[in-house]
Design a protein around this ligand. Structure first.
Ligand SMILES: Cc1cc2nc3c(=O)[nH]c(=O)nc-3n(C[C@H](O)[C@H](O)[C@H](O)COP(=O)(O)OP(=O)(O)OC[C@H]3O[C@@H](n4cnc5c(N)ncnc54)[C@H](O)[C@@H]3O)c2cc1C
Ligand code: SF4
Length: 327
């Protein structure tokens, strides 16, 4: 691990000033950051600990815009009664992530910023454009079972691993950011970037930026929502594939559908073709399966990951049927 200085910020202003210094990085719950530093995958010269800033830890799910402070703990948000009733997809995405111990420490802001679990990135020695830009991508001719079907490039085929971000992508979500130059709010769909030419760039965050809140516009579709996660182990494992579905109905007819996919793309992935396949339809197994197949139109499998197409399509279909049954 490289030497670094540590600052426990006493206020957001102090954190913003410290984060603006070259080489600074943010520490929240630390469940990802410490691992990255120990593995020499991150080497900040100073660590700005924002983990004790109460002003960023609150969350409120009662208004027309749900507001989650970036430091709200995953475990607390996962157990919120309003979220469980009105936005089960969001609560479930947190319940199914990591372990109870990690969720107790980890924050919802930090969760969005976790890095890929590609083993060649994590091993610290293989050629990896994400860890060492320009060094190549070992995965291209290596083990591809976990790799992406969407949003990859010849420079990187790794997946984005988070569950919460996948579920947020099915809702109208914004991210609030502060830096020394002020506050800005951006749509969540532009927060993560597909890998393309610069696999080392994963979000639009600039040095010195601090995520302060996640904002979700209230919607009746939240009630008819769910998050389906398929993984190799029943607990403590990342998604092989996952799907969030949220539906709004006029009587029996689906007025609006939101579908997002996890475990299959370089970022949380909206599936507009699946949404179109559901909208205007009554929900049944045939419609759900059609939506699942539509979600994976244009998928680009490589080697051993082709099974994710059928598995993912069925995850979408299951999520649609479960979401539709909710009242
Ligand atoms: C064994 C294990 C299993 C896991 N399984 C899953 C899983 O199944 N699903 C899943 O979704 N996640 C999983 N995770 C990831 C876990 O949820 C994240 O580590 C956690 O949410 C990160 O939050 P944190 O507060 O600990 O972030 P930190 O570790 O403190 O920070 C993570 C990153 O975000 C940056 N950061 C944090 N907060 C901010 C902020 N407010 N503004 C700007 N930058 C910030 C940090 O600089 C760092 O780069 C797993 C993690 C582990 C260790
Ligand atoms: S897939 Fe991406 S993260 Fe994995 S080795 Fe290739 S460049 Fe690195």
């Amino acid at each position: 691990m490289q030497p670094f200085t540590y600052l426990r910020a006493g206020s957001l202003d102090e954190a913003v000033a410290a984060a603006a210094k070259p080489g600074a990085a943010i520490l929240a719950g630390g469940t990802t950051m410490i691992d990255l530093m120990r593995g020499d995958l991150a080497g900040p010269s100073s660590l700005v600990d924002i983990g004790h800033l109460d002003e960023l830890a609150a969350f409120d799910t009662s208004g027309p815009v749900l507001r989650f402070g970036a430091l709200a703990r995953m475990a607390d948000v996962a157990e919120d009664a309003t979220l469980l009733r009105d936005y089960p997809a969001l609560a479930e995405s947190l319940q199914l992530a990591a372990s109870q111990q990690i969720r107790n420490a980890a924050t919802v802001g930090g969760n969005l910023l976790q890095r890929t679990r590609c083993p060649y990135f994590r091993d610290g020695v293989s050629a990896c454009n994400k860890r060492a830009p320009g060094s190549g991508c070992t995965a291209l001719d290596g083990e591809t079972r976990e790799m992406a079907l969407f949003g990859a490039s010849e420079k990187c085929i790794a997946t984005y691993p988070g569950d919460w971000g996948t579920a947020l992508a099915a809702f109208d979500t914004d991210i609030e950011i502060v830096s020394a130059s002020g506050k800005r709010t951006i749509p969540f769909e532009t927060f993560h970037v597909a890998y393309a030419d610069q696999p080392e760039v994963e979000t639009i965050l600039r040095p010195g930026d601090i995520v302060t809140a996640i904002l979700v516009r209230a919607t009746p579709a939240g009630r008819h929502s769910t998050y389906v996660k398929v993984r190799d182990r029943q607990s403590y494992a990342y998604a092989v594939v996952s799907a969030a579905v949220a539906l709004a109905f006029d009587g029996d007819v689906i007025r609006e559908a939101r579908v997002s996919l996890g475990g299959v793309a370089s970022k949380p992935w909206r599936a507009p073709a699946a949404e179109a396949a559901l909208t205007g339809q009554t929900l049944g197994e045939a419609t759900a399966l059609r939506a699942g197949a539509a979600a994976f139109e244009g998928a680009a499998p490589r080697g051993r990951n082709a099974f994710k197409i059928e598995l993912g399509a069925r995850a979408v279909a299951r999520a649609a049927l479960v979401a539709g049954r909710r009242s």
